[in-house]
Write a protein that binds this ligand. Sequence first.
Ligand code: S3P
Length: 179
Amino acid sequence: MRPRNVVLIGFMGAGKTVVGRALATHLDFRLFDTDAMVVEEAGMEIPEIWATEGEPGFRAREEKVVLRACAGSGHVIACGGGAILSMKNYGVLKGAGPIVYLRAPADVLRARVDIGGEGRPLLPDDAAFGRLLVERVPIYESAADLTIDADAGTPEQLASLIEQRVSDLPERPDRTIRL
Ligand code: S3P
């Protein structure tokens, strides 16, 4: 069964955007990248949003775009690494389609993200990286319907694997309560 949408979650540097782009091509879906949507809507880059509105401002914008990204079908939704942490986003994303966790070992992530760089307000140093990873991994694991090793192949190969594996997932029962 083809899913209605596919949601990609995972830590910063896992490759959600790149794999999401390849997956959207494979499925002939449209890519919704929540970070890109926030930046476009705010007219500011992420560090600027963080500096002017703080993390609460960024998260409020993220919740708005997650709602937009999940409306309709035929979407690959590449989430910013913290999007799934909000209970509101969690419910919306869970309802949108299967959640795929792009898992990567710490050393792979560490090499991909610019720790201490201007673009990474949440990662001022290696200790922050470690703390956040330990805090987040169980959340990604429990939210996921499917886990894919992000370092197991090229974005193209990962996209093929995800396409195949999401089609094998049982359809989620409709839990809507009708009065
Ligand atoms: C964040 C991850 C970033 C971006 C923001 C916060 C997070 O997205 O949304 O800097 O809380 O993990 P990527 O995971 O796409 O880098």
